[in-house]
Design a protein around this ligand. Structure first.
Ligand code: SF4
Ligand code: SF4
Ligand code: SF4
Ligand code: FES
Length: 949
């Protein structure tokens, strides 16, 4: 627990190695060159009055509150915009300065509502504070003249209110939107007295370009921009630092609390992944945790057609364990398994895999990372030697060229996108490879040098063509390769990609990317200095996902772009703890730390620690579990925090498999799609209700801290522990720190990780061990983890999913900023105001050809199934390609995706489905069945008193 105020030093820190010493009010201070006088003063405990300055933004110098006297300088310079100099002598307070500051305040206050006692900012208003600091006692101008006091409030945004009557036109909001967020939605319109803050063309916030990140709200020194929850609840009395549970950026937040109630989430300035910034989801979309749909009591039923029966925790756990034991006794030890979740903490994930391996006695454990980033693990392990990204997010600030492949960071990883855009505005070059024109391709002050607008499914052809140009035009970093890579594999690869069949001119036919653009992009990446690759699910969710990851690693090694700041191979992880769930041994063939279950030395280490023999054969992957269920061999599944019935491909196949099982145990917040097929429902806990850790896309382990008690009575790790004990596997942890201690004792890359270290440092990036006691920000420095970097051949094999006359279009999928994956959380917040349904994007040519206009209902038919969505006609997608998001279960996006998958990891080929699109007038047959089934399942919860109050 901590106090709520964060110290603001006025201007951002500087990192220069050159230190300068100056005197401020007779106190000496030494600071890096470039530091402002204001910040230097704050560092020796002198707060110079300020209004337009904050240490989150570059100084602007508009309010004139911070004037100081500097010996030898004319006039009274603004301390926020004046950099320190060696030997400078500064006076921060004298009679003249005091009078000027009072005069400035007097002017501000003469045009400000005097409603301090009822103002939402009362108690933390910087204007109010400054009035006190400068000793303002009267306003000589009176309040009768022209003013802005009647300016109308803008309440269009559901999360914050804009009350221009309180605005002091300090521009902090405008600068926050420009510098921090990079959306540039705000301006100061007009001049002098008429100047005012305007969103876009003076539109209501909801109709403007604003993406509701909240940076302007945080920057505002008055109550002009205030969170609606703060207006409604008043100020918090304590705060707890925790980590966002949405995406793989892993932003740090201070949950500002009143008792057990959250007042607001404030991004933490010291957060190493976000530096005080956030997106709409982390800052505002937390209402799901107390949404009336949330179930907080355990329930059981014998058949999925039976009504749910509310039971005690004891009965639910005993029933679940007895069913699992019965099934194993009847069908064999391998007839049951478990699925961990990338939404849960490392400690919870570790316990589920331990329960499966040691309690169920098999290795039938898998995770939702199977369907997103499993190819990353495989591809990077085999080339570089470690299944993880190579850099910190901050590393992007050293990149000279940024290559984004199959990722849409402004929607999927918004806070990192803001940082990336900052670097791009500083002049870094940009290449985007994506079948769709994402926002990054062109946004304010940013334009990609190359948009490689490839056909979905041709990634590997593209990477081979890029490699061909680099090899044949002599752009390989020969010294780097000689020193650090396996030369035999390199020579083989060089010969392979140099083959004329990989020339861009030849592959243009396949990828659709003009050879000249491709050659230009290859030259830019290889020669512009530090080249950093960022990629997402557009790389992994393909039948050649692992091949493409290896192709990316090959390219980075050949150009010397691994092993220092500013470069690297960086998978942007979708969910908050994808990295962690993989690290924790969620895959059926690997113990924590990516060590094979067949490795006798590793297995015996776990056997000694857990006190029983473990199996050496890998267990079933999720798709294998489905197949085995349909074959009658796999009968029970424990699913923690994952909704396979919505998120896995070919929904009808998944639901048939679930129906074929005898006991499905779902541990979740809501009666999700999978829970509709369940026999035991164990009410889970939100990230606000538990302790633990998440590991973000940078391998950064951060603390999740309990800010309120679990609404169901137990945190998820406690529920798994109850089930383990009921299954006969003793678990007696009293706090997740003990689980982390066990993880550290059994996992070499985590050997030095402890809650104490994380609390001390704020976070830690693995590997963290005796060699790297503070963790490892950049990997592969000096040498690759595997020794010498391994080049692997990446033969392009077209997907089986071909277009033909019957299915002439390719459907590809993605995410949107305001919604999150299956939408279970964000759909239960005001975020749906931005995106209330999934739509099908279709190019105007394809639409016209089919007589489809904007807003029409269209049927989308694939080899797997059919669904119906409304059309959005847009040239963001290329002709021949259609696109949709998948945030609403009734959209049935996965009814049409097929079971094709990555050859190495079974990661589904979500990004390529051949479809036909036609105008229709009613929902698909599947959608009608879905609605009926959903209504029936909701009725089976009936009158049970199981929902959150
Ligand atoms: S909420 Fe974010 S995007 Fe919207 S105006 Fe404020 S800073 Fe800009
Ligand atoms: S809205 Fe707030 S931050 Fe923006 S100019 Fe007005 S007072 Fe300053
Ligand atoms: S960028 Fe990701 S981690 Fe950060 S606030 Fe948004 S959803 Fe949360
Ligand atoms: S704080 Fe320096 S001019 Fe406003």
């Amino acid at each position: 627990m901590q106090s709520i105020a964060e110290n603001d030093l006025g201007t951002p820190a500087r990192t220069s190695g050159r230190l300068l010493t100056l005197t401020i009010d007779d106190r000496e201070v030494t600071v890096p060159e470039g530091t402002s006088v204001m910040r230097a003063a704050a560092l020796v405990g002198t707060s110079i009055p300020k209004l337009c300055a904050t240490d989150q933004l570059e100084a602007f110098g508009s309010c004139r509150m911070c004037l100081v006297k500097i010996e030898g300088m004319k006039g009274l310079p603004a301390s926020c915009t004046t950099p320190v100099a060696q030997g400078m002598r500064v006076t921060t307070q004298n009679r003249q300065l005091a009078e000027i500051r009072r005069g400035v305040m007097e002017l501000y206050i003469s045009d400000h509502p005097l409603d301090c006692l009822t103002c939402p900012a009362n108690g933390h208003c910087e204007l109010q504070d400054m009035a006190g600091v400068v000793g303002l006692r009267e306003v000589r101008y009176g309040y009768e003249g022209a003013s802005h006091l009647q300016a109308r409030k803008d309440t269009s945004n559901p999360y914050f209110t804009f009350d221009p009557s309180k605005c002091i036109v300090c521009s902090r909001c405008v600068r926050a939107c420009d510098e921090q967020q990079g959306t540039l939605a705000l301006t100061i319109q007009s001049r002098g007295f008429d100047s005012k803050v305007a969103a876009s063309q003076d539109d209501p916030f909801m109709d403007s370009e604003c993406v509701s990140c909240g940076a302007c709200v945080q920057a505002c020194p008055t109550a002009t921009l205030s969170e609606n929850t703060l207006i409604a609840k008043g100020q918090a009395e304590h705060s707890v630092t925790t980590t966002c549970a949405y995406c793989g950026v892993g932003c740090s937040f201070r949950a500002e609390m009143k008792g057990e109630e959250i007042v607001r989430m404030v991004p933490h300035k010291d957060g190493h992944a976000n530096h005080g910034h956030s997106c709409i989801k982390g800052r505002f979309a937390i209402g799901y945790a107390s949404h009336p749909d949330r179930i907080v009591k355990p329930m059981i039923r014998a058949r999925i057609s039976d009504p749910w029966r509310e039971v005690s925790w004891e009965e639910a756990i005993a029933y679940a364990a007895s069913e699992l034991k019965r099934i194993q006794a009847t069908y064999g030890r391998d007839a049951i398994g478990g699925i961990t979740s990338s939404r849960c903490t490392n400690e919870e994930t570790y316990l589920v895999q331990k329960l499966v391996r040691a309690g169920f006695g098999n290795n039938n454990v898998d995770t939702c990372a199977r369907v997103c980033h499993s190819p990353t693990g495989y591809g990077l392990k085999n080339t570089l030697g470690e299944s993880a990204g190579t850099q910190t997010f901050d590393s992007v600030m050293q990149a000279d060229v940024i290559f984004v492949i199959g990722a849409n960071p402004t929607d999927g990883h918004p806070v990192f996108a803001s940082q990336m855009k900052r670097r791009l505005r500083q002049g870094a070059r940009l290449i985007v490879a994506d079948p769709r024109r994402t926002d990054l391709v062109r946004s304010p002050h940013i334009a990609a040098d190359y948009h490689l607008n490839l056909r979905p499914g041709t990634n590997v052809a593209l990477i081979n063509a890029l490699a061909h140009v680099i090899v044949t035009e002599g752009m390989v970093k020969e010294d780097y390769v000689r020193e650090r890579c396996d030369l035999a594999s390199f020579e083989k690869w060089r010969k392979f990609v140099a083959d004329p069949r990989h020339a861009p001119e030849v592959l243009e036919e396949v990828t659709g990317v003009p050879a000249a653009s491709l050659r230009g992009a290859a030259r830019l990446y290889a020669t512009a200095g530090n080249g950093a690759i960022y990629y997402g699910l557009g790389v992994t969710e393909h039948s050649q996902g692992s091949t493409m990851v290896m192709g990316i690693a090959n390219l980075a090694m050949a150009t010397g772009n691994v092993g220092r700041e500013g470069v690297g191979v960086n998978p942007l992880r979708g969910q908050n703890n994808v990295q962690g769930s993989c690290d924790m041994g969620s895959f059926p063939h690997e113990f924590p730390g990516y060590r094979h279950v067949a490795d006798d030395a590793v297995r015996s280490q776990f056997e000694r620690a857990w006190g029983l023999p473990l199996r050496s054969e890998p267990g079933l992957r999720i798709p294998n579990m489905f197949e085995a269920a349909l074959d009658g061999e796999f009968k029970a599944l424990y699913i923690e925090g994952e909704d396979i019935a919505q998120s896995d491909p070919n929904t009808q196949h998944v639901t048939a498999s679930l129906t074929a099982m005898e006991c499905i145990i779902v541990q979740d917040l809501f009666l999700n799609e999978s829970a509709k097929f369940a026999h035991v429902f164990l009410p889970g806990s939100s990230f606000l209700e538990k302790d633990g850790t998440f590991t973000n896309a940078e391998r950064r382990i951060s603390r999740v801290r309990r800010v309120m008690k679990p609404k169901s009575g137990y945190a998820d790790w406690e529920i798994t522990q109850l089930l383990a004990n009921a299954m006969g596997l003793p678990m007696n942890y009293t706090h997740p720190s003990q689980i982390m201690a066990e993880i550290a004792s059994l996992t070499p890359t985590f050997a030095g990780v402890s809650y104490e270290l994380i609390d001390r440092q704020g976070s830690v990036q693995w590997p963290c061990n005796a060699d790297h006691p503070q963790g490892t920000p950049t990997m592969h420095v000096g040498a690759f983890v595997r020794g010498r970097g391994q080049f692997l051949l990446t033969e392009y094999v077209p997907t089986r999913e071909r277009v033909n006359a019957k299915y002439p279009l390719i459907l590809t999928t993605g995410r949107i900023l305001s919604q999150y994956n299956v939408g279970a959380q964000t759909r239960r917040t005001e975020n749906s105001r931005w995106h209330e349904e999934d739509r099908l994007e279709i190019h105007p040519h394809d639409a016209e050809h089919r007589g489809v206009v904007e807003g029409d209902w269209v049927g989308i038919v694939s080899r797997a199934g059919e669904t119906v969505l409304r059309a959005r006609v847009t040239d963001r997608v290329q002709p021949g390609v259609v696109y949709t998001t998948f945030h609403f279960p009734e959209s049935g996006a996965n009814v049409i995706t097929t079971e094709n998958s990555d050859w190495a990891t079974n990661c589904p080929e979500y990004k390529v489905t051949a479809v036909e699109v036609t105008r229709v007038s009613r929902p698909s047959q599947w959608q009608r069945r879905f609605q009926e089934f959903t209504s029936a399942q909701q009725a089976l919860v009936g009158q049970a008193d199981v929902f959150v109050k």
